[in-house]
Design a protein around this ligand. Sequence first.
Ligand SMILES: NC(=O)c1ccc[n+]([C@@H]2O[C@H](COP(=O)([O-])OP(=O)(O)OC[C@H]3O[C@@H](n4cnc5c(N)ncnc54)[C@H](OP(=O)(O)O)[C@@H]3O)[C@@H](O)[C@H]2O)c1
Length: 239
Amino acid sequence: MDAPVVVITGASSGIGEATARLLAAQGARLVLGARRADRLAALAAELGGDVRTLATDVRSRADVAALVDLAVTAFGRLDVVVANAGAAHVGPLDEQPVEAWDEMIDVNLRGVLHAVAAALPVFRAQSAGHLISIVSTSGLRIVPDQVVYAATKNAVRTLCEGLRQEAGPHLRVTAISPGFTATEFVDAVPDPTRRREYREQMDRIAMPPDAIARAVAYAMAQPPTVDVGEIVVRPTAQN
Ligand SMILES: NC(=O)c1ccc[n+]([C@@H]2O[C@H](COP(=O)([O-])OP(=O)(O)OC[C@H]3O[C@@H](n4cnc5c(N)ncnc54)[C@H](OP(=O)(O)O)[C@@H]3O)[C@@H](O)[C@H]2O)c1
């Protein structure tokens, strides 16, 4: 694909940022969304080249539509959407506030649906397009404390498979399941003891986020008629 136009949600840190860095180095034209616009602006300045940014809350359908519109307005097309923005609240169901469940549903599931709603008409008009969703190994090996998080990720896995079946011959749909990845994700663990435990485990076994960026690049790099459905990437030390 020649200088693909790629929208990345959640590009202000972690896997989204690493993906932006790798794809920029490979010559992609990027449209980066997240809530922390200052981080996006700093990243765009560092990357140079064809990078646009927009303050985006994926819980807002209008925000995600504006992000996709920006890609089409700036670059005339949209080749790939990397639906990466995610929220994780860990802890037992007994202890989690319902608001935490709501946030995970709104960001992890509804946010991806907003991307589908915005991008699908563009993909259909082009007879080409690729949705890449970042799901999680939490949905493959169900463990305590990540129940609602895993449920939202598996809902997206189901969405991807359903979209793949509806997509026809021109659209590609990929779900990438990262295992434990060293990002800012652990900062969101509310309980300080659990946060410390997760951080220690992250320091011990987590893989760098560019491991997932390379999986994104691999899925994109296949010929247009080859659809990489699922990729699972774990640190070797992860159960
Ligand atoms: N780290 C892991 O071990 C791991 C494992 C499996 C899957 N994942 C998945 O990987 C994806 C990226 O997470 P990460 O590990 O890279 O963590 P991260 O460094 O915390 O990045 C999360 C990104 O999501 C964005 N985000 C959160 N809420 C948002 C919202 N409402 N609207 C727009 N953007 C929002 C954040 O940006 P702003 O705060 O600036 O909005 C940030 O850019 C997530 O989907 C996560 O579920 C991570």
